[in-house]
Design a protein around this ligand. Structure first.
Ligand SMILES: *[C@@H]1O[C@H](CO)[C@@H](O)[C@H](O)[C@H]1NC(C)=O
Ligand SMILES: *[C@@H]1O[C@H](CO)[C@@H](O)[C@H](O)[C@H]1NC(C)=O
Ligand SMILES: *[C@@H]1O[C@H](CO)[C@@H](O)[C@H](O)[C@H]1NC(C)=O
Length: 644
């Protein structure tokens, strides 16, 4: 983490952690947040244009049809009590629809910032200057269509809210069959994980939720954790039509009558130094508190300024609460299903005064990096963190070794051209060519399994990978074997052989002999184990063929001790006969295993045990796999096991 803001307070915070309460539970809320404007502006979606529907906006006075951080941060006031926050927040305006009139409802507004951390020293960073976010889907007609995790939008009808237990009713939409004597709460929770690069992307991909809405861990693609905003509007349905059940009476400004079209926006106008300082002030992290109970933020509290703050650049239009209008502004006919109804004739847009127009800020961040540099110098394995599960690696394979070490796993992954090496549960090694960007990045405390072969180091955790990367390790390399058809030391099948088309034991086994045998059997893959057992096939069977460390194929061939012929137990030396470079001559018909002179005996397939790798001896021969061509073969020593 490159600390650029509030460095002293971060250091003070780290020094304070032993005494600090669990920062994972911290949350701020701000209840003093007043209306700023209700107008068809949306600087995020429609820069310098008219938005398709009406928004109810709170926050900084510099709000306009464009957005750039400097202008917004420089606003003279904010309707948020903490004047260091010149951000703007908005939702669509909610209307009461009855007798063909539409009544804009009044709303009280507040927000929460959830400051969940997975461990005390995991930073929650200030929103980067220039960040814009939109969450929710204005076209959704069901929760599934919102594309949001459960709980990201929520509706609560407040009934006897202040008694215990309260009589509140929650629901996935606003069509409650009751009235809400204390208001209808609509909440939107924003994602909390930022990609560290993009300040806005129209598809929202610069932001992600954690694996548990706002309370879990961020994916590796979005490593920068920011406060989890929950924007909450409490609509005063009760003040307009007391006692009337809500069903079929409410409509969002875009015409949506289901409620699922709820969405919300945030544009950052914070003084980021102040926010960063507060996010690292231990006195601001003691559980759920009002923002103004945080001493760092209390310095900027000014209720009077918040209440009197007006849009400094003027407004596009103005709608008074509870004053009925004949149609929703823009082209927004009531819309409950199917495609959005068109307007005929079309509705003209108001023109935007120049005072509301301006330049947009950059869509990419260019300040001091928020990202940790996890790239490695060449040929070095650099720890990437504690990452979720073996499926996090792409093009992966795994094997186990009761005496696993970080170095063993790294060297195996390097042999197989995998730039990622992940250790799991103390004894598994997972190699992969790429990291799934959606994989979650957990706190290091989740990678707490000692390595089976070196208890001084950790080898991942339960379902968590201790992940290393070496960007140079992208070339497959099987040490000590130069045969161009060799495709590595692999695992024998678990419930039968890894190759099942033909199988033979031969006490003068060489690599060439096995390759010739499998060619004669019209197969494309050959494998050898126990120094003398050759098997053939054209695809891996019985779970076999999974890569293994080269040093597990250390058994010399019976017929040529300069060559490796698999391992003593569960590993096979494997060859792809369709690759160029086979040094063997064509096989004569007399060498065919189906030769009448071959002695056929019963099958004795050796299934590999599924347990840990046991290295019973270390062979350091480094022979080539090419023997003199045309070598004579002794067919009388040959025994065929008839599983072909
Ligand atoms: C709508 O019309 C009905 C029937 O005339 C009436 O009872 C109701 O009060 C009207 N609603 C409003 C908001 O005026
Ligand atoms: C990240 O680290 C690598 C290797 O140490 C270095 O070569 C590279 O310049 C660094 N990148 C940044 C952006 O600091
Ligand atoms: C064998 O090599 C061919 C290329 O000649 C390749 O298409 C095939 O996937 C390889 N088979 C295996 C099992 O590696």
């Amino acid at each position: 983490m490159k600390v650029t803001l509030g460095l002293l307070s971060i250091l003070a915070y780290i020094g304070h952690t032993s005494a600090a309460p669990d920062p994972g539970l911290a949350a701020w809320h701000l209840d003093n947040l007043y209306p700023l404007a209700t107008e068809r502006l949306d600087p995020v979606v429609n820069p310098n244009g008219v938005a398709s529907h009406l928004h109810r906006i709170v926050g900084g006075s510099a709000f306009g049809a464009n957005y750039n951080y400097d202008e917004y941060n420089g606003a003279s006031c904010s309707t948020a009590a903490v004047q260091a926050d010149k951000s703007n927040y908005w939702m669509p305006q909610l209307f009461w629809r009855e007798n063909s009139t539409y009544v804009p409802l009044k709303a009280g507004t507040r927000f929460y910032y959830f400051l969940h951390r997975n461990k005390p020293d995991e930073p929650v960073r200030a929103f980067p200057p220039g960040l814009r976010m939109l969450t929710g889907n204005l076209n959704a007609k069901s929760y599934a269509e919102t594309g949001l995790p459960t709980g990201a939008i929520n509706f609560i009808c407040l009934k006897n809210h202040f008694s215990t237990p309260n009589g509140d009713t929650g629901g996935p939409d606003f069509n409650f069959d009751i009235d809400c004597p204390q208001g209808l709460v609509t909440t939107v929770r924003f994602p909390t994980c930022w990609d560290g690069v993009n300040l806005y992307k129209a598809d929202g991909s610069h932001m992600k939720y954690t694996d548990n809405l706002q309370f879990g861990v961020c994916p590796v693609s979005h490593p920068v954790r920011i406060p989890g905003i929950m924007l909450e509007y409490t609509w005063q349905t009760y003040a307009y039509r007391p006692g009337v059940p809500l069903r079929n009476k409410l409509i969002w400004a875009n015409g949506d009558t289901t409620g699922f079209g709820l969405h919300a926006d945030f544009v950052n106008g914070w003084d980021t130094d102040v926010l960063e300082k507060a996010l690292n002030d231990p006195d601001c992290l003691s559980g759920d508190m009002t923002m103004t109970a945080c001493p760092t933020l209390a310095m900027y509290m000014n209720l009077g300024t918040a209440q009197s703050c007006q849009p400094s650049r003027g407004v596009l239009e103005s709608y008074e609460d509870f004053k009925p209008i004949g149609a929703l502004p823009g082209c927004n006919l009531p819309w409950s299903s199917g495609s959005k109804p068109a307007c005929n004739p079309s509705v003209p847009n108001p023109s935007i005064p120049n005072s509301l127009k301006g330049t947009d800020g950059s869509l990419t961040y260019s300040g001091p990096s928020y990202l940790t540099n996890t790239s490695s110098p060449p040929n070095t394995w650099t720890r990437q963190g504690c990452i979720g599960g073996s499926t996090s690696l792409v093009n992966s394979f795994q094997y186990s070794d009761a005496a696993m070490t970080q170095a063993k796993c790294q060297s195996t992954c390097a042999e197989w051209g995998s730039q990622y090496a992940g250790l799991l549960s103390g004894q598994y090694c997972v190699c992969g060519t790429d990291l799934d960007p959606a994989a979650y990045h957990y706190a290091d405390s989740n990678c707490n399994s000692p390595c089976g072969g070196d208890s001084t180091k950790t080898c991942g955790g339960n379902g968590k990978l201790e992940l290393f990367r070496n960007p140079s390790a992208t070339t497959v390399n099987h040490p000590g074997v130069s045969d161009p058809q060799y495709i590595g030391c692999r695992r024998e099948g678990g419930t039968g052989h890894a190759l099942t088309a033909a199988y033979i034991n031969y006490d003068s086994m060489t690599v060439e002999w096995c390759k010739n045998y499998c060619t004669a059997q019209k197969q494309t893959l050959a494998a050898i184990e126990f120094g003398r057992t050759c098997m053939c096939g054209s695809s891996w069977q019985n779970g076999g063929g999974i890569p293994y460390p080269q040093n597990q194929c250390n058994t010399p061939c019976k017929g040529n001790t300069q060559q490796f012929c698999g391992g003593p137990q569960i590993t096979i030396s494997t060859f792809n006969l369709t690759l160029p470079g086979g040094s063997s001559p064509p096989v004569s018909s007399s060498a065919s295993a189906s030769s009448a002179s071959a002695k056929v005996t019963s099958s004795s397939a050796s299934s590999g045990p599924s347990g840990a790798v046991t290295v019973t001896k270390t062979v350091t021969v480094t022979g080539t796999c090419s023997a003199p061509a045309g070598r004579r073969r002794n067919h009388r020593d040959m025994r065929i096991f008839g599983d072909a």
